[in-house]
Ligand binder design. Structure first.
Ligand code: T4K
Length: 374
């Protein structure tokens, strides 16, 4: 019988880079008395992030959800937009919040990403766009979605909240579709406390989004566009600059932990660890366990056993957006066309990783899973 961990092990424990470097930047910020609104730290952060991703523009925002909302508005989406249901609720909310109907399309059960065939089936005369999600940092089927968008005159953008530092077909995620949205929330592989960004190669779109995130102001006393307050503050940009220098360390820690899970969980019948494609760049942030019906424990029994041992493994993104109250009320029968979403949502466990965990702890966590599975 394994012991419970004395301190809770969380999924999404923040990775924090060089504290001294952060405090130095914060001190300089205080001296300047420039805390927000396009300050020097923000500008430096945007430039470095754009260079890291190989895109023309990074428009940093206060969080990923506002970044999604601004991108959706800047692209002029309206009516219906096709999204996966198997994603974090913010992808759907960012549409619904703006009076746009999220239309849920099913996923490929192997990749957990949108199934292009299912996307095609959901297109109606009201469809204005598609939002693909690079779930777990694994690239969505970009070419197929682009082909559908081109064929039907739809806008295509991506929710890349999980995919910073990842590539698809050898190209850094960030430059696909008309725009891609990143999240820098505390629990993400890379954080700015709270934060997000829209990255794009479209000059005009970037300019519009810069206006939108600052109430539409073009200089003092001159508002030329509808807008909101989506600004990233300087202290967040400081964290971003420091954490950019820490990315490789985080990737290495995540990779080491993922390999430790792979070795420790090998051979447990009915349990699968979702693989990474070594031909791509990966952030190794998402340790995805899938529990099949032939496993000797159910997904929920394994999660309960982990929680009893103080390991807060998560059931992301169960039960799927379409089964959450706001969407269940609006679209009670959506599940009928989402069989893979429902199956996958019922079998996934997201395991802890990151710089606060070491392979020894991964071994102990895996032993708890192993004993839960008999
Ligand atoms: N699109 C996708 C595909 C996303 O996954 C997300 C966010 C977004 C869009 C929207 O981006 P943001 O607007 O968030 O930038 C979390 C996060 O709040 C959310 O950012 C994330 N996805 C989602 C997958 O997970 P919760 O409700 O599980 O987070 P929370 O705050 O309960 O924290 C999770 C665990 O992390 C806890 O067990 C404790 C630990 N934790 C958390 C914080 C905040 C820490 O140890 N330290 C901390 O500072 O949603």
């Amino acid at each position: 019988m394994s012991e419970a961990f004395p301190e809770t092990i969380h999924v999404g424990r923040p990775n924090i880079g060089d504290r001294e470097a952060f405090l130095k930047l914060a001190g300089e910020m205080f001296d300047r008395r420039w805390l927000s609104n396009n300050g020097p730290l923000l500008q430096a952060f945007e430039q470095r992030m754009a260079a890291y991703l190989g895109v023309r523009h990074c428009v940093a925002m206060c969080n990923g959800t506002i970044a999604l909302e601004i991108a959706i508005r800047a692209l002029g989406l309206e009516g219906e937009v096709i999204v996966p249901s198997y994603t974090f609720i913010a992808t759907a909310h960012a549409l619904h919040w703006q009076g746009i109907t999220p239309v849920f399309a099913d996923i490929d059960p192997d990749t957990h990403n949108l199934d292009p065939g299912a996307v095609r089936r959901m297109i109606t005369p009201r469809t204005s766009g598609i939002i693909g999600v690079h779930l777990w940092g694994r690239g969505a089927p970009v070419e197929a979605l682009q082909a559908i968008a081109d064929e039907h005159g739809l806008q295509l953008m991506f929710d890349a909240a999980h995919a910073l530092g990842c590539s698809y077909g050898g190209r850094m995620i960030g430059g696909f579709g008309r725009a891609e949205v990143l999240s820098f929330h505390a629990t993400k592989f890379f954080n700015t406390f709270e934060g997000g960004a829209v990255v794009t190669n479209d000059d005009e779109l970037a300019e519009t989004m810069r206006l939108m995130r600052n109430f539409g102001f073009a200089g003092f006393d001159n508002v030329i566009h509808p807008g909101t307050n989506g600004k990233m503050i300087e202290v967040c940009a400081a964290m971003g600059l420091v954490n950019l220098d820490y990315i490789d360390t985080v990737i290495e820690a995540n990779r080491r932990n993922w390999l430790a899970y792979r070795d420790a969980l090998a051979g447990i019948p009915g349990l699968r660890l979702m693989p990474y494609d070594e031909a791509e760049r990966n952030n190794w942030q998402y340790v995805i366990l899938e529990v099949d019906p032939d496993c000797r424990a159910t997904r929920d029994e394994i999660v309960a056993e982990l929680h009893r041992h103080n390991v807060l493994a998560r059931k992301y993104f169960w039960p799927g957006c379409h089964r959450m109250k706001p969407y269940r009320d609006l679209q009670p029968h959506a599940g009928l066309v989402l069989p893979h979403t429902e199956t996958v949502a019922a079998r996934v466990i997201v395991m802890p990783t990151g710089t606060t965990l070491d392979p020894g702890q991964v071994g102990r966590i895996s032993a708890i899973v192993g004993s839960a599975c008999g």
